[in-house]
Design a protein around this ligand. Structure first.
Ligand SMILES: [Zn+2]
Length: 296
C-alpha cells in the first residue's frame, strides 16, 4: 500500500481496516481478501502487516483481535468487549492520527478522557460531537472518582453498581427529582455551544454529561453503604440510615409525596441491600469504602 496508518491502542480491527482503506482510497473488502494468492496461507495479522507495512508487534499490541495470532508478542485478552466507543479525538490527534477511531470499551462507565477532559462516547454519534468539558470540570472529576472506586473494589462490583445506580438515577431524573444541579452544569455548556441549545432529550449527550457528577457521587454513596451493611449494620437500622445518608448528600428538587415518595425510599433501600449481597459474594469489606462527600 502506498500509505500506512499507525494503529491506535485498543483499536478495533474494523476501525483500523477502515482507516487504512480510506487513506489509500480503496474499498475495505480489498484489504480483507486482496487477492487469491494471499487468501490462503496468511492469517489476519500477517496479511495486515504485509499490506500496511506496520510491524507485526505494533499491530498485535494495538489491535486486540490480532493477539490470538501472536500470543508470544502480546497476551490474548480473556474477553473482548462487545461494545466499542470513539477514542478521544485529542488522544488520536496526539498520536498522529486523524478521523474516527473506534476502540474496545473497557467498561460502560468509561465515558471521559481524564487526560484531555473530553466526553468521548455516550450519546456521541460523530466524533465532532465529543464534548470539551473545560467549562464543567466536575464531569472529569466524576470519571476520576469512578476510576478510583474501580481500582479499590474491582471491576465486577463497580460495573454492577454502575448498572443499577444509573438505572435508578435515570428514574429519579425522569420524575424531575434531581434536575437542578445537572441543569446548572448544562447551562454552562449552553454558553459554549450556542448552536446546540436543543433538543435536550434524556439521552442527549449534554444531559448525560451534566448529570454524570451526581451519578458518580450516588455510586460512591451506594458503594460505601452497601459495604457497611455487609459488616456492622443491622437490617433494621439499614433503612433509616440509608435514607438519612442520601438526604445528607443530595437535595431533592421537591419533596415527593403520594406514590413517588414511598417508591423512592423502597427502591433506594432495595438497591443498597442488593449491592451489599453482591459485596458479600465477592468478599469485599467495609474497610475498603471511602467516605462520600458533597463535592467531587
Ligand atoms: Zn484524550
Amino acid at each position: 500500500m502506498p500509505h500506512t496508518v499507525t494503529p491506535f491502542p485498543n483499536e478495533t480491527l474494523e476501525s483500523y481496516t477502515h482507516r487504512l482503506a480510506a487513506v489509500n482510497r480503496i474499498p475495505e473488502r480489498h484489504l480483507r481478501t486482496p487477492s487469491r494468492w494471499l487468501r490462503c496461507p496468511l492469517n489476519e495479522l500477517d496479511l495486515l502487516a504485509l499490506l500496511s507495512g506496520q510491524p507485526r508487534t505494533s499491530l498485535a499490541w494495538a489491535i486486540p483481535e490480532l493477539r490470538r495470532y501472536a500470543p508470544g508478542i502480546a497476551p490474548p485478552l480473556k474477553s473482548l468487549g462487545v461494545m466499542t466507543r470513539f477514542a478521544c479525538r485529542r488522544c488520536v490527534w496526539q498520536a498522529g492520527g486523524t478521523g474516527s477511531v473506534h476502540v474496545h470499551v473497557r467498561s460502560r462507565y468509561d465515558l471521559v478522557c481524564v487526560r484531555h477532559g473530553i466526553w468521548h462516547s455516550e450519546g456521541v454519534a460523530f466524533v465532532e460531537q465529543q464534548i470539551d468539558l473545560a467549562p464543567i470540570p466536575q464531569v472529569t472529576r466524576a470519571q476520576v472518582l469512578i476510576n478510583r472506586l474501580e481500582q479499590r473494589h474491582g471491576e465486577r462490583f463497580i460495573a454492577e453498581c454502575y448498572r443499577v445506580c444509573e438505572r435508578h438515577w435515570s428514574e429519579l431524573d425522569r420524575r424531575g427529582l434531581v434536575r437542578n444541579d445537572a441543569t446548572a452544569l448544562l447551562d454552562r455548556l449552553h454558553t459554549t455551544n450556542p448552536r446546540e441549545h436543543k433538543p435536550f432529550g434524556p439521552h442527549h449527550r449534554f444531559r448525560l454529561a451534566s448529570r454524570f457528577p451526581q451519578l458518580a457521587r450516588f455510586i460512591a454513596l451506594v458503594v460505601a453503604l452497601s459495604l457497611k451493611l455487609t459488616t456492622n449494620m443491622s437490617r433494621e437500622e439499614a433503612g433509616p440510615r440509608i435514607l438519612a445518608e442520601f438526604e445528607r448528600l443530595f437535595t431533592l428538587d421537591y419533596r415527593p409525596r403520594s406514590i413517588t415518595g414511598p417508591w423512592m425510599r423502597t427502591a433506594l433501600v432495595h438497591l443498597v441491600v442488593r449491592m451489599a449481597h453482591e459485596a458479600q459474594v465477592l468478599r469485599l469489606s467495609e474497610t475498603e469504602a471511602p467516605t462520600p462527600s458533597h463535592s467531587i
